[in-house]
Design a protein around this ligand. Structure first.
Ligand code: TRP
Length: 353
């Protein structure tokens, strides 16, 4: 069986370091592993519109921004097809058929949808399109016959729902769809990078993000203002490492080479953590180190982004070509689906018999 990746992001803003460690870094690793026959990276504009119906310009503006962020992180257009969701209308048709295989109460139980409804204060005014986006996401994944879906941990319930739809479809109409596997980063700190304010999630609306396109000065300012351990008042006091965003970021970003380069007083992160627990380690020093680590990680990403910013017409063509490739692939699956459902009326004369 072909090994195929499908994944994507909603273009509601530029991508941030939470996206990077939570999923983008993993995608690049998988892309370069040579284990995959086809890789599709989708800019999920139609899904973004499910809760931004009144702000199409916001979604539109972020198409190129997200594409730039992808290329900046090392997504290689020679190996991966980047495309825009709404340019593949086959996905909408698949969604329409899958909708019949899912109950309203099943969608209501989806923990990610539940959390998002709360976050957005939708309560009684949930747009219908938003409510069923997990079903449309199953269409995205299955249209490309994806075997692997590298995403952030918050997408687990979407993958569960997708697998259920695959099983149900195959049981009712015969073996047609491919079951995908979710791929999460193995570093626990990467799964849920908190915001710089210590809040559970990095989110544009909370203003607690470090963006991949931030300037070195912005990054430094944000890191130096980061929330740490509120009980660590004096340098001599023992600190708490667990749940302290500065240490979570170090867990996510720091490698032993960073100590050799920037802070040879310590052999590695464990020794630094021990010192913090004992007391006598000032937050500012740790933040300065974190700043060095993140500047080193983000500089090549920013440089690649700046290179691509000078080649926007090329990027535009790349996206347009990607949409064509993606559409052809989704159309094949849609043909199989119609055949399995016996609604491919005019491919032969069967309707006459
Ligand atoms: N839900 C994803 C996000 O919020 C975007 C997305 C849409 C997606 N369809 C997908 C991700 C299919 C993986 C597979 O970022």
């Amino acid at each position: 069986m072909k090994q195929i990746i499908l994944t994507g992001d909603r273009p509601t803003g530029r991508l941030h370091v939470g996206h990077y460690v939570g999923s983008l870094k993993e995608r690049v690793k998988l892309q370069n592993s040579g284990r995959f026959d086809e890789i599709y990276i989708m800019i999920a504009d139609a899904q973004a519109l499910t809760d931004n119906a009144e702000h199409p310009e916001k979604v539109r503006q972020n198409i190129m921004q997200v594409a730039l962020d992808y290329l900046a992180c090392g997504i290689d257009p020679e190996k991966s097809t980047i495309f825009v969701q709404s340019m593949v209308p086959e996905l909408t048709e698949l969604t329409f058929y899958y909708m019949n295989l899912v109950t309203v109460s099943r969608v209501q139980r989806n923990p990610t949808v539940k959390a998002e409804i709360q976050q957005r204060n939708f309560e009684a005014s949930i747009p219908v399109g938003f409510f069923w986006y997990p079903i449309s996401q199953a269409a995205d994944i299955t249209a490309f016959r994806a075997t692997a879906v590298p995403v952030g941990e918050d997408q687990l319930p979407m993958l569960e729902q997708c697998k259920e739809i695959v099983h149900k479809f195959n049981a009712v109409y015969g073996e047609t769809l491919t079951e995908p596997e979710i791929i999460l980063p193995d570093n626990a700190a990467c799964l849920r990078l908190p915001g710089i304010d210590g809040k559970a999630k990095m989110s544009k609306s909370l203003g607690n993000c470090i963006y991949l396109s931030d300037t070195p000065e912005d990054i430094k300012k944000k890191i130096m203002s980061m929330f740490t351990d509120p009980n660590h008042l004096r340098v001599e006091d023992p600190g708490t490492v667990e749940g302290n965003p500065v240490f979570i970021y170090l867990d996510a970003f720091c490698r032993s080479a960073h100590f050799t380069e920037f802070w040879p007083d310590y052999s590695g992160l464990e020794e630094l953590k021990d010192h913090d627990r004992r007391g006598g380690l000032g937050d500012v020093k740790v933040k300065r180190f974190l700043n060095n680590v993140m500047q080193a990680e983000l500089a090549p990403i920013r440089e690649r982004r700046q290179q691509w910013e000078k080649r926007l017409p090329e990027l535009y063509e790349l996206l347009e070509a990607g949409c064509k490739v993606a559409r052809a692939k989704a159309a094949e699956t849609l043909n199989d689906v119609r055949h399995a459902m016996k609604i491919d009326y005019f491919v032969d004369n069967n309707l006459l018999k």
